[in-house]
Design a protein around this ligand. Sequence first.
Ligand code: GLY
Length: 349
Amino acid sequence: MNPQHIIISRDIAAELRHVVDDVRPDRLFILTDTTTLRCCWPRVEDNDALAAATMITIAPTDEAKTLDSLTHVWAALQDGGATRHSLLINIGGGMVTDLGGFAASTFKRGMAYANVPTTLLAMVDASVGGKTGINFRGLKNEIGVFSAPHTVIIDTLFLRTLDAENVRSGYAEMLKHGLISDEQTLAPLLTFDLDNIDYAALAAMVERSVGVKERIVAADPHEHGIRKALNLGHTVGHAFESLAMAEGRTILHGYAVAYGLVPELYLAATRCGFPAERLHQVEAFVRDHYGHFAFTCKHYNRLIDLMRHDKKNTAGTINFTLLGAVGDIRINQTATPADITEALDYYQG
Ligand code: GLY
C-alpha cells in the first residue's frame, strides 16, 4: 500500500485545489450521501477546482454500505467515462469513504481517490489507513481491499455539523486511541465535557488521535501485527453491531465500540493485569455517555458465533487485542467461549 498522505486542513478549498492540481485527473467525480450533500457540501461547493466534477450521491448511514450502492457508484463512474486517470473525491462519513475507496480501488483495477471525512468517526478512523469495503450478508466490512487514498483532508470545521450521537460515535474511537497510546492522550479524553463541546479543544484532540492511527498504520499497513491494536473493543463491538443490525435496531459503529471496550477491558484486567480502576473509569464513562447495549444471556451463543466470523480470526479461534496497561498492547490474545461469557456477564452487571 502507498504511504498515507494526511492533511490537517485549515483551508478546505485550498487543500482540495492542491489535490486536483496534483492528480490532474482526466475526469473528476465526487461521491457523497444525501445527508452530507445537505449539511456539508455547501461548505465546499464554491470551488473552481470542483466545477467540472460529476456528482454521485448515495443514501446515508451504514445501511447503505451495500453491493447495491457500490453498483450504483461503479455505474456512475462508467456512465461518466471514468478511466484509470480519473479521481474520485469521497466527501462524507465512514460509509462514504469506505465504499467510495473500494469503488475507486476496483474500478478498471484502480483509480485514484481522496477522502474528505465529515464525521468525527471518519476523521479519526475510517478515512485514514486505506481499509475500504462494504457490508455483506449481515457482516460488517466483509468485502473490501486495503488501498491507500491519494490524500485524506481532515478539516474539523465539519464537526459543527454533527449531532451529539455522531460526535459520541467518533469519540469512542478516540478513547480507543487514548487507551492504546499513553496516559497523556487518554486523560483529557476521559474528562472532556461532551455535553458542552469546546470545538477548539476537540480539534486538538482529533489531531492527536489521527496521529496515533497514522503512526500505527505506517508501521503495519496490512494488519499483520501492531495494526491489530486498532481492533481494541471491536471483537465484541462488531458482534454487538451485527446483532443490532440483524434485529433492526441499528446502532452507530462508535457506540458498539464503546460498549465493546467494557467486556474487552474486563478480559484485559482478568488476563493481562489491566488496572481495575482504569476499567471502572472507562466503564463509567461509557455508561454515562453511551448508555447500555441491551441483550440477554439468550443472545450469548449468537454473539460468540458472530465473534467467530470476525475477519481477525484464524481457524475457529476468537482473537482479541487486549492491554496490560494503557499503551501496553497485547495482540493475538485468544479467549474461549467461557471467558467471553464471563466478560459478557460482567458487562451485563
Ligand atoms: N479501524 C481499524 C483499522 O483501520 O485498522
